[in-house]
Design a binder for this molecule. Structure first.
Ligand SMILES: [Mg+2]
Length: 397
């Protein structure tokens, strides 16, 4: 069992595809093709990097840095305004954005007083309203208490006493409230929105999912099944549940394909773990970072490019595009193709900060036999910054 911010990250991933489509049964798949890390993880990593080096890193700069690297992670409207200005209107948002990213504070603070102060500091750049600050402090304090051996009763009492929360409502009652708020979206948008994503209600909902849950997985399932802001609820509840129960290793193994290597490196530092990034390309393309470059095969005059490069073009489903790297695979003499693959290899070796996605589009079109493929692209398996699709990985196995 692993205790650490990985618990918040996995909650975010498991909830990511359930935000717009709430689950109707408790038995849903935790991870799907539509799952991905979202803003909750990107900004948790940003707060983590600040917590690991508070002398050298400014929290606002760290938030801006990670949001810039992952520009399509699904940021809230007021956070986007903060990104655009580097500051925001005071008081800032009352929403849950500072709560969802605060778990590193709970794990790395050395006393409850320091925990509360650093939670406040982590919220200030974008969420300096009293509700948002209190929400961040409550979530961080719950993690701090859980990891230092306090039981659920003590955690509940402390949070109710310190923040005036009511954590005695039942999970079922809370779920009814959330579903009701969701149903009132069209008639009273403001109240509905505030009930679902307001820091004050959201942190209490997540804490109640934790208090009534029976283990890590049950807690994040409960947080998602509430039917509200699923990824954020599960990130908050998952952060606390991981400190209390720990996260089973087999769940982490399943989640690794969704976690980009640069985020995983920071998570490992906070948690004291050494998870290796997956060799597979994270499935949801709209969440790739600005450092992901897509390698596709195409024919010599690139007329096949429209198909081969669809992953690098904006479309109805993709508002942004990643850079594409075409290699001319058909319609050229083999010698020229080999030259191109050789150049590509040098680039992958030299530009380590780029994650190269070796995609099967245009490559897996019957041009190469499996044996040729292994010979031409064997080096890709050796480089940590080259990722491949499951189909291509099968060629090596
Ligand atoms: Mg999110």
């Amino acid at each position: 069992m692993i205790k650490g911010i990985i618990g918040a990250v996995i909650g975010d991933i498991a909830g990511s595809s359930r935000e717009s489509k709430p689950v109707s049964r408790k038995t849903f798949k935790l991870f799907t093709k539509e799952s991905s890390v979202t803003d909750d993880t990107a900004l948790t990593v940003a707060v983590a990097e600040w917590m690991l080096d508070r002398q050298g890193v400014d929290v606002a700069q760290s938030l801006i840095k990670w949001a810039t690297e992952y520009p399509h992670a699904g940021y809230g409207s007021s956070f986007k305004r903060f990104l655009a200005n580097g500051s925001h209107m005071t008081p800032g948002s009352t929403h849950n954005g500072a709560v969802m990213r605060v778990s590193p504070v709970g794990y790395l603070a050395s006393s409850i007083e320091e925990c509360l102060e650093l939670a406040r500091e982590s919220a200030l750049p974008s969420h300096d309203s009293p509700q948002a600050i209190a929400g961040a402090q409550a979530a961080a304090a719950a993690i701090f208490m859980a990891r230092t051996g306090k039981d659920k009763q003590e955690i509940r009492e402390y949070l109710e006493r310190t923040f005036g929360y009511n954590l005695h409502r039942s999970y079922d009652q809370v779920r009814e409230e959330v579903l009701h708020a969701r149903a009132c979206r069209d008639t009273d948008y403001e109240a509905s929105h505030e009930r679902i994503v307001g820091a004050e209600p959201a942190v209490q909902d997540a804490l109640i999912a934790f208090l009534e849950g029976t283990d890590y997985e049950d807690v994040i399932r409960k947080a998602i099944y509430l039917g509200g802001d699923a990824d954020t609820e599960a990130a908050i509840a998952g952060g606390v549940a991981a400190a209390y129960y720990g996260v089973p290793e087999e769940i982490i193994q399943q989640a690794l394909v969704y976690i980009p290597s640069d985020m995983l490196a920071v998570i490992n530092k906070v948690d004291g773990t050494s998870w290796q990034p997956s060799k597979l390309i994270p499935p949801k393309s709209s969440r790739w970072s600005i450092h992901d470059v897509i390698i596709c095969g195409c024919n010599a005059d690139e007329t096949d490019g429209e198909r081969a490069f669809h992953l690098t073009r904006p479309s109805r489903y993709r508002r942004h595009h990643n850079e594409g790297y075409p290699i001319h695979i058909s319609g050229l003499e083999m010698e020229k193709t080999l030259d191109q693959i050789w150049v590509l290899r040098r680039k992958c070796e030299d530009y380590k900060h780029i994650r190269w996605h070796l995609h099967e589009v245009g490559i897996e079109s019957g041009v190469f036999t499996v044996e040729q493929f292994r010979e031409l692209f064997g080096w890709a398996l050796e480089l940590d910054n080259v990722l491949v699709t499951p189909t291509l990985l099968n060629n090596w196995n």
